[in-house]
Design a protein around this ligand. Sequence first.
Ligand SMILES: *Cc1c(COP(=O)(O)O)cnc(C)c1O
Length: 455
Amino acid sequence: MVMELAMLEEKAPVVRNLRNQEEVSWTNPLLTGTKEALEGIELTMEDVKDAEERLQRFAPFISRVFPETRDRDGLIESPLKEIPGMKEKLNSTWGAGLTGKLLLKMDSDLAVAGSIKARGGIYEILKHAEDLALEHGIVKPGENYEKFADPEAKEFFSQYSVHVGSTGNLGLSIGIISAAVGFHVFVHMSQDAKQWKKDLLRSKGVEVIEYAGDYGAAVKKGREEAEKDPYSYFVDDENSVNLFLGYAVAALRLRKQLEECEIKVDDEHPLFVYLPCGVGGAPGGVTFGLKLLYGDNVHIFYEEPVQACCMVLGIATGLHSDICVQDIGLSGKTEADGLAVGRPSKFVGKTVEHLLSGEFTVEDDRLYLYMKALLDQEHIFIEPSSCAAFAGPVRIEKEEACRKYLEEQGLSGKMEKATHIAWATGGSLVPEEVRESYLKKAAEVEDSSDANQLK
Ligand SMILES: *Cc1c(COP(=O)(O)O)cnc(C)c1O
């Protein structure tokens, strides 16, 4: 491995920094023009629109079984909010020098699952339910999908089971929607999964199976269990095209919101989007959708924990799922449970490798500081994992590597007209006492002797 590491570092110098547990601000040398990149991807806008239409068909069902979605007519969508107080704080405390607008995409508040997983997870289960229902004549094409909420439909689906491996939030999303459809659902959880997430799932009738190993191990077990039973379906977070397309629909919804806020995205008004990344499906899908819509005018950055930086490792080395963070001596352990993934999705890595502008890795302690800052400044709570979203806005106009990127892209003179979207990926389901423990942790980090280093 020592020899191999030397070769890897020669190919991708960032590997040395990742291995040294540094916070990196990496720009992607594989980035190409969007048009060229999209030509190499089999999925198209047609696929994203198909997914959006499917969610629309299911809206009457969603509205009926999840009353909290009725004000949006059964569409599960989150607010987009400008956060000027947070921008001010990033500038005053962390010297961000951010000049454009800063917005928060609040998937932390998505109905039903309280995280970005509500997009992909719910979509994938609804697609599976639709496939089964059409095949067995439970619904006919064109019929009102409110029918999925009828007792006969639920009884039909109860013959089938769903398995998923998860660090937490995907399990919540898949568990809640599968139970609502009527599936028998098993969530295979890794050791990183938080207790309250297991408790919440069990309270909804979901079978939670716990493993001593990490996320990869939980996925493997889930897949094996599902394979034994012809009536079962495995949600494959590492390779699922359906999850990816469910996430991609976010782009169409975001475009509408930006238009409503009269925020322009064009050659003179660049859009920057910062996405916390785990295995890659959620940020990957959003990336694909946004690139289809905005092409070279949108610049997408991922954010991962220093100890679980699997996506940057996979893309930079070109090894994708053939390498994991433990191979370079990292632990894979992080407080950011939603991002606690050691091996990236090859499907996602290969799909986004020419679309992604770069990546920021971030120390866990910093997540708590961002969490507290957002709460103090904007009275918005999001979970630590999703606070990785601020690593990008803090550094994009500050770090040398980013400034070089802006210059190369011809953006240096346009940053005052730029819009930055920090994607808040989870939070609303976190119980009060867990929030309090996070805030306590934030206060400890602030008081610690290391706090100055985190500035
Ligand atoms: C799952 C998750 C992500 C990242 O999604 P992946 O598809 O695993 O990359 C980000 N934030 C939170 C809170 C999550 O739960």
